[in-house]
Every structure is written in structure tokens, then in C-alpha cells.
Design a protein around this ligand. Structure first.
Ligand SMILES: *[C@@H]1O[C@H](CO)[C@@H](O)[C@H](O)[C@H]1NC(C)=O
Ligand SMILES: *[C@@H]1O[C@H](CO)[C@@H](O)[C@H](O)[C@H]1NC(C)=O
Ligand SMILES: *[C@@H]1O[C@H](CO)[C@@H](O)[C@H](O)[C@H]1NC(C)=O
Ligand SMILES: *[C@@H]1O[C@H](CO)[C@@H](O)[C@H](O)[C@H]1NC(C)=O
Length: 441
């Protein structure tokens, strides 16, 4: 009888533990730029039609799929391994709040990644590309033909393994296997001012990326009382008697994202260190950084994206040539292009003094792995129109009245992006201080 009672009590404690711990569904919504695309994709792949119109061209920019951690994150992994043993030790002594199952998952945790394969596309990333391609083709069968021809399709990628492999698997989703060896990919170049305009933009590098001011709000948030409480709460959850540094908690958050992303069946045990509040704090910390580096924080960051936008309009204006252009690139490109299109702008600049929970600028939603933005040209009885899809969902651009937006209107609105977009002017460091503009409202 007593044994039975003990078993029941233990089961009850375990049950209470598991309800009090963070929900998997919540974790999946807050992984930032390490959100796998399967949580974002639009599974409805019915054909998208408008009366009196035909889809004739598509221009799409796609972030590479789920990848392995970067060199920097892999180098830091030994510190997580040490932490794992410390946490397990504390739990054995009854400290910390992990359930038995979570304890076991952490105990089994190890990293088995060849250091030479940092940032490589994962199997999950391959699937993301194949499925995305299949759905896009079903939606726009006229703009995206079933049969490959080097006259109609253009595939471009940056000089990185993850972008190149993403392009390859995307074409596997579009075409029959036997066509695979015929596919021509545009040769990747070290400097690519359309796909990765910022990478060698000297003025942006010096005024924004390497400028400590850019990280001011992020730093502030990292030192805030809210963040200190987060670090305490995470450390307490893990049963530690000391308070972890932000750097370590950030690494846990990143691995929570990576591992949840590439494993379809489990979330990473590092996610168990967080509750809802602490998860959102780490998410905001990264959103804030991206806001000031790649988003609305600095005018030059998104002005450069005219290099991509111009390419799209020029492509739509051409009477012959390609029908489909697919470009495989990076988070930095997606975010700057979204900002150039005035999408997801917070009502006021994001600051480091307090978390802004209700913000449209959420990397978990807008910048997941395989994040994508497509512009589809529809030829209609009343002229050419452009349909925009972000993450495979139709969106209305803020400068348009309807989803299906007249090309003429867009070209007028983006006149300067098309005709006053000079890379050298924009990016050379030669003393032209009149161009220093920081949004300071
Ligand atoms: C799927 O998408 C099509 C085309 O956009 C739409 O008409 C239809 O209502 C959608 N179906 C569902 C179940 O949402
Ligand atoms: C494009 O395809 C045609 C045949 O369909 C072929 O003759 C031609 O060489 C190809 N172009 C290139 C650049 O490979
Ligand atoms: C948070 O902790 C850091 C490091 O211990 C400290 O420098 C900072 O002043 C703390 N912030 C607040 C608001 O207490
Ligand atoms: C500096 O930039 C401004 C505005 O972009 C331009 O009008 C001016 O001609 C530039 N001056 C030089 C020396 O390039």
C-alpha cells in the first residue's frame, strides 16, 4: 500500500513538473532566425488564380535552409558540454527543475559535427527546399514550368555551401531527376552585389556593421534588470548555485534552435532551460540586434537592398529572356529587402530598456530558415500586376491598395530604387559625409 502511494505521489510530482515546464508549441514559436521552416510553411498549395490574369514570371529570394552551427558556435560547444555535467550533477542532488525525461535527454546530449562542415546545409534544410519548390510550382504552374530549360530558368546562389546546396535541392523539387545534370547554375562570385550587396559595402561595414553604436540598444538590453532576472531564472531552473553569463545562456538558446530545427521529432534538451518569459527575452535580444544591424535602425542598411529590388523590376520589364529567377541567399539579404519594402516596421524603434512584446519585427516569423519572398508578375486584362508572397503567404505591400498591385504603381513608388541605385555611390568610403544618416527618432 505504502509503495503504491509513493508511486502515485511520484507520478503526480512528475506530472505537475511536466505541466509547469515550457510547452513545445511555445518553444517552436520563439526560436528566432533558427526557426525551422516546417513551422512556417504554408501547406495549402492550390493554384493561385485571379480572373482575367495569368501568372507569367516569378522572382524569388530564398534564405538557405536549416544549417549546421557556425564555426564560432561550434568552437564554443565545449563550454556547453561542461555545463551539461554540472547540471546533471546538481539534479542528482535534487536541485533544479528538470523532469526525469528532460534529465535523460540532457544526459544523452552530445554534438557530433565535423568541424569542417560548419554552416553546412542539413537534411532538414534539403527537405525544406524540395517541398518549398514543389508547392510554389503548384501555385504558379504557368510562371514555373515543369520542364527545365536554360532559357526560362535562372538559379543564382552565393559562394557558400549552404546556398549552393539549397539551390540544388530546390531544383530537385521542381524537375524530374533525369533533368538534374542539365541544370545550369549561374557561377557564384565572391562579390555579388545583387544577392549579398552588404557583404562588401565598405560604407555599411564601417558605419553600421563595425560601428559599436549599432549594438548600443542590444548591449543595454543585455545589461537590463529584466535580462539579469532571466539569467537568474535560467540558472535556477538548471539547479546551479551561480548565475550564468549572458554569453552562455545565448549559446543554449542558439543550440535549442539549431537542434530543434534539424530534428523533426524532438526539441533540443537545451530548450528546457527556459520558461516562457526567459525564452521571449532571448528572442527579443536577437530581434533587437537584427533591427539595428539589418533593419530599420540604419537607413543605409536597407537602402542598399535597391540592388536586389532593381534586379526584380528590370526582370519584369524585359520582354524576352527568363521566366523564373530564384536566388539563394542569407538572412542579411532577406531582412534588408523586407525593410526596403517597408514591411514589418514597428510603430517606434525597438529599444533596449524593455522588451516590446507586441512587435511585427519577429525573426521567428519573418526570418526563419528557408525564409522566402516572392514577387509574381500577373499579366491581366487591365495591365501587369505584382503579387507578393512572404513565407508562401500572400501579403499586401504597405504602398499598395490591394494584394495584386499594379506594376506601374510599384515602379513609380520605387523610382529611386530603380534609377538612383548606384553601388559605388552608396558603398564607397570616399569622404562623402553628407550620406551619413542614422534614423534617430
Ligand atoms: C487554399 O488556397 C486557395 C488559393 O489561395 C484558396 O482559395 C483556398 O481557400 C485555400 N484553402 C484553404 C483550406 O485555406
Ligand atoms: C541551353 O540548352 C540548349 C539546348 O536546350 C543547349 O544547346 C545550350 O548549349 C544550352 N546553353 C548553355 C549555356 O549551356
Ligand atoms: C545586471 O548585471 C550586470 C552584471 O552583473 C551588472 O553590470 C548590471 O548593472 C546589472 N543590471 C541591473 C539593472 O541591475
Ligand atoms: C556626396 O553625396 C551627395 C548625396 O548623395 C551627392 O549629391 C554629392 O554629389 C556627393 N559628393 C561627392 C563628392 O561625391
Amino acid at each position: 500500500m505504502q509503495i503504491l502511494l509513493t508511486v502515485i505521489v511520484l507520478a503526480l510530482i512528475n506530472y505537475i513538473d511536466s505541466v509547469s515546464s515550457i510547452k513545445t508549441s511555445f518553444i517552436r514559436q520563439h526560436l528566432g532566425s533558427r526557426t525551422p521552416y516546417r513551422f512556417r510553411a504554408n501547406k495549402n498549395d492550390s493554384r493561385i488564380k485571379y480572373p482575367g490574369c495569368k501568372d507569367i514570371k516569378i522572382w524569388m529570394v530564398i534564405r538557405h535552409g536549416t544549417r549546421l552551427p557556425s564555426q564560432k558556435d561550434l568552437n564554443a560547444v565545449s563550454s556547453l558540454l561542461e555545463l551539461k555535467y554540472e547540471v546533471l550533477w546538481q539534479q542528482e542532488y535534487g536541485k533544479g527543475q528538470l523532469t526525469n525525461e528532460q534529465f535523460n535527454r540532457l544526459q544523452e546530449w552530445r554534438v557530433n559535427i565535423d568541424p569542417d562542415q560548419d554552416s553546412y546545409l542539413t537534411l532538414e534544410g534539403q527537405d525544406e527546399m524540395i517541398l518549398l519548390a514543389e508547392r510554389m510550382q503548384k501555385r504558379f504552374p504557368s510562371a514555373i514550368k515543369q520542364k527545365y530549360s536554360n532559357k526560362t530558368f535562372l538559379f543564382r546562389y552565393t559562394a557558400t555551401q549552404r546556398a549552393q546546396q539549397s539551390a540544388r535541392y530546390f531544383t530537385n523539387g521542381l524537375f524530374e531527376k533525369k533533368d538534374a545534370q542539365d541544370i545550369i547554375f549561374a557561377p557564384a562570385t565572391r562579390v555579388d552585389t545583387v544577392l549579398r550587396f552588404y557583404k562588401h559595402c565598405d560604407r555599411w561595414l564601417s558605419q553600421v556593421k563595425r560601428n559599436p553604436e549599432t549594438y548600443k540598444e542590444t548591449r543595454l538590453f543585455g545589461l537590463s534588470r529584466q535580462m539579469n532576472k532571466t539569467l537568474e531564472s535560467v540558472s535556477y531552473r538548471l539547479g546551479l548555485s551561480r548565475v550564468l553569463r549572458l554569453e552562455t545562456v545565448e549559446l543554449m538558446y542558439k543550440f535549442c534552435g539549431y537542434e530543434t530545427s534539424w530534428d523533426k521529432h524532438h526539441i533540443s534538451p537545451w530548450c528546457y532551460a527556459f520558461d516562457e518569459d526567459s525564452m521571449q527575452m532571448l528572442e527579443y535580444y536577437h530581434d533587437l540586434k537584427a533591427y539595428w544591424l539589418d533593419g530599420y535602425g540604419h537607413e543605409l542598411s536597407y537602402r542598399q537592398a535597391c540592388m536586389s529590388i532593381k534586379n526584380m523590376f528590370e526582370f519584369f520589364d524585359k520582354r524576352d529572356g527568363y521566366q523564373s529567377i530564384f536566388m539563394f541567399s542569407h538572412s542579411g539579404t532577406i531582412l534588408k529587402v523586407l525593410t526596403h519594402m517597408k514591411l514589418y516596421q514597428p510603430s517606434s524603434p525597438l529599444r533596449g530598456d524593455a522588451i516590446v512584446k507586441d512587435r511585427p519585427w519577429k525573426l521567428s516569423e519573418i526570418d526563419s530558415f528557408a525564409a522566402n519572398l516572392a514577387f509574381v508578375l500577373f499579366r491581366c486584362k487591365d495591365g501587369d500586376h505584382v503579387l507578393t508572397l512572404h513565407q508562401e503567404r500572400i501579403i499586401k505591400l504597405p504602398m499598395c491598395k490591394h494584394e495584386l498591385c499594379p506594376l506601374k504603381h510599384l515602379k513609380e513608388y520605387f523610382h529611386d530604387s530603380i534609377y538612383k541605385c548606384d553601388y559605388t555611390d552608396m558603398c564607397s568610403l570616399q569622404p562623402n559625409s553628407t550620406n551619413v544618416q542614422v534614423e534617430n527618432n
